[in-house]
Design a protein around this ligand. Structure first.
Ligand code: 7TS
Length: 415
């Protein structure tokens, strides 16, 4: 039995019937499903130990704090960070990137430059656009070339002593491209720039050793890696965190407050103002342990096998369908974008849903990438640990149904 067949038993939602068919969930890049261990950890926490963290010395307050901080240790171990202080809990990747963009943004001067890429999710683009607009800095983008790779020669030409930050996705949420982030970080550091990696689509799918990557900041989301929504983390080098101003201000991020001035708490709490999403972070820690137990090397192998299977099945059963992204499964994660010629992506997704197949259609929060590819939209199937070849077979049959339904209409249109 392979990983998908074995693990899917741990995910209660996967036994659902949708529109009269067993659910085929191929929208994990938007949000993954949750194993029973995570669901139970969240409800157990509420049933037995809920109280606010870091403030109450009664038993529940201490239990809640202990579990919340143990989750930080689990996430730290999962991504291979050196110390627990380097893991800041956020509500997700978006919040982590905004934290950095605002902190670094305050230090930008007119004429400074920030480099992103054409394949960024809007959440690694708009915070930098705002920082540049506020400070008179300039935003530049590494072009996407070929099957969906970043043009590293063009990147070299963009780099200069004016470059302050290079912010790129580790893995593209549309094309699945695994970007050469170690090389990117090395080249960025040569000109003295800081490097932020958007790990939203990498952490759930690749074995990761954060220290080896050479980045300065790494943002990711818990809900894409089997954890609850409202969970995520920003990893950053300790010296940077110590030097950075807080992001949100309020309770718990302070050491001392006077009416007119305050002193900040130590990291990571300096960046966790207010009551955090305690239950979600606890679930996030359990999700990290679940994945660690599965083994990320095995997860990666499983997804590579699925990706190859999906590409071969699509090409042989639907040769007219345009596929996008690297054809080499070694350079790509389990994300398959495509279009059915003559049928809008939303119509494809709607017909697939009628047979219980869940995919996302649209621009996937990457409008500049779709502009670059000259496509109004794509349909995207994306995998996770519980995905099976049978799920892909259901997608292939669903596409046959799309073509059957729209075939007559398309022929009439052509005539
Ligand atoms: N960066 C990348 C590469 C992403 O794929 C996403 C979410 C984000 C950042 C934002 O993450 P959040 O957890 O803060 O929302 N991507 C998608 C997607 O591809 N479909 O829905 C959400």
């Amino acid at each position: 039995m392979n990983m998908g067949e074995k693990t899917r038993r741990d995910f209660p939602i996967l036994s659902r019937i949708v529109n009269g068919h067993p659910l085929v969930y191929l929208d994990s890049a938007a949000s993954s499903q949750k194993p029973l261990a995570v669901i139970e950890a969240v409800s157990r926490y509420y049933e037995t130990s809920h109280a606010n963290v870091h403030r109450s010395i009664h038993t529940l307050g201490e239990e809640a704090t202990e579990r919340y901080e143990a989750a930080r240790d689990a996430v730290r171990a999962f991504v291979g960070a050196r110390s627990r202080e380097e893991i800041i809990f956020t509500r997700g990747t978006t919040e982590g990137i905004n934290l950095v963009a605002q902190a670094v943004g305050r230090t930008l001067k007119p004429g400074d430059e920030i480099i992103v890429s054409e394949l960024e999710h809007h959440s690694n683009l708009i915070p930098w656009q705002m920082a540049c607009r506020d400070r008179g800095a300039v935003l530049r983008a590494i072009p996407v070339v070929g099957e969906g790779y970043l043009d590293l020669d063009a990147f070299d030409r963009l780099l200069s002593p004016r470059t302050r930050v290079v912010a790129v996705a580790h893995v593209s949420n549309v094309l699945g491209t695994i970007n050469p982030v170690t090389q990117i970080a090395e080249r960025a550091h040569r000109v003295g720039a800081l490097v932020l990696l958007d790990g939203a689509q990498a952490v759930p799918h690749l074995p990761l050793d954060l220290n080896a990557l050479g980045a300065d900041f790494y943002a990711f989301s818990g809900h894409k890696m089997l954890g609850p929504t409202g969970s995520g983390a920003l990893w950053a080098r300790r010296q940077l965190l110590d030097a950075m101003p807080p992001f949100l201000a309020g309770g718990e991020m302070i050491r001392e407050v006077h009416l007119r001035r305050s002193e900040w708490n130590e990291v990571p709490w300096k960046f966790e103002a207010g009551t955090p999403d305690i239950a979600s972070s606890i679930g996030f820690g359990v999700a990290a342990d679940y994945l660690r137990e599965l083994g990320m090397d095995r997860v990666r192998e499983h997804e590579k096998e699925l990706l190859t299977y999906a590409l071969v099945q699509l090409m042989s059963n639907h040769p007219e369908i345009p596929l996008y992204g690297p054809l080499d499964a070694g350079l790509r994660s389990g994300v398959v974008p495509f279009n059915v010629p003559g049928v809008h992506a939303h119509d494809v997704a709607q017909v697939l849903d009628r047979s219980g197949v869940a995919v996302r259609a649209g621009h996937h929060c990457t409008m500049p990438l779709h502009e670059r590819l000259d496509l109004p939209a794509t349909v995207r199937a994306s995998f996770n640990v519980y995905t099976t070849k049978a799920d892909i077979d259901a997608l292939i049959s669903g596409i046959t149904e799309v073509k059957r339904l729209f075939g007559g209409f398309l022929k009439a249109g052509a005539g």
